[in-house]
Design a protein around this ligand. Structure first.
Ligand code: COA
Length: 200
């Protein structure tokens, strides 16, 4: 995996860090939870929810790692992304287990993208979204629940307000009053299908 731009890893230590995305593993779970608790204090999800996503759809679960080298290499998790297929417009409720990836799943879903403040502003989030959308291209659309008024960030990738129903509206309220359901058309879906790429 190619490193992205470098950032200062810690305000107390002026060492430059290299940020790079890799797949999450269950070994990351404690660090992931501490980031989730810091970024989403009002949207808590259990360790089981994150572990299940990593087990069920590992390719959609990414870790952003900052590596510093002061003679020896030290690595630190400073962000993560969780995504997986769902049945269209049926995202899981907050803090709910999936049980399985439905065989009828027909939409890609970005459940969470969170970077620690010190890792922001370097283009890593954009790079991570690009990786998720490459996986999502097997599906016609990608969806997510935008929180913290982050819709302008997602608009950059073609996400716009998606259709909702009563059930989805109820789930959205669990994510807070500012939660919005967004969808995007995956542009290369049709060309991938025409090229005999397996569409699941
Ligand atoms: C949203 C988040 C992932 C963006 O991370 P980031 O490191 O700032 O993003 P990047 O550096 O990759 O930014 C890519 C571009 O998006 C822009 N951008 C970043 N956050 C934005 C926002 N909230 N609204 C509009 N544009 C935004 C950047 O300015 C940058 O633009 P540029 O390429 O023209 O310079 C990060 O702020 C975060 O983790 N926030 C807390 C959790 C969160 O809100 N997650 C999404 C909820 S659904």
């Amino acid at each position: 995996m190619q490193p992205t731009k470098s950032v200062t890893s810690d305000t107390r230590a002026p060492t430059e860090a290299i940020l790079a995305w890799r797949n999450l593993s269950l070994d990351d779970i404690n660090d992931l939870i501490s980031i989730a608790n810091e970024i989403h204090p009002d949207l808590p999800e259990s360790i089981q929810v994150f572990s299940e996503r990593i087990n069920l759809f590992p390719e959609g679960c990414l870790a952003l790692e900052a590596s510093t080298s002061d003679g020896k290499i030290t690595s630190e998790l400073c962000g993560y992304a969780i995504s997986h297929p769902i049945i269209r417009r049926q995202p899981p409720a907050l803090d709910a287990l999936l049980g399985e990836i439905s065989p009828s799943a027909d939409q890609y879903y970005i459940h969470d993208l969170a970077l620690l403040p010190k890792a922001r502003g370097c283009g890593s989030a954009q790079e991570g979204v690009g990786k998720l959308l490459a996986i999502a291209a097997r599906y016609e659309t990608t969806a997510l629940v935008s929180v913290y008024n982050s819709a302008p960030f997602w608009n950059r990738f073609g996400f716009v307000a998606g259709g909702t129903d009563e059930v989805l509206e109820r789930k959205l309220r669990e994510y807070g009053d500012d939660a919005v359901f967004l969808e995007r058309q995956n542009g290369n879906h049709e060309s991938m299908a025409r090229g005999n790429t397996r569409v699941v």
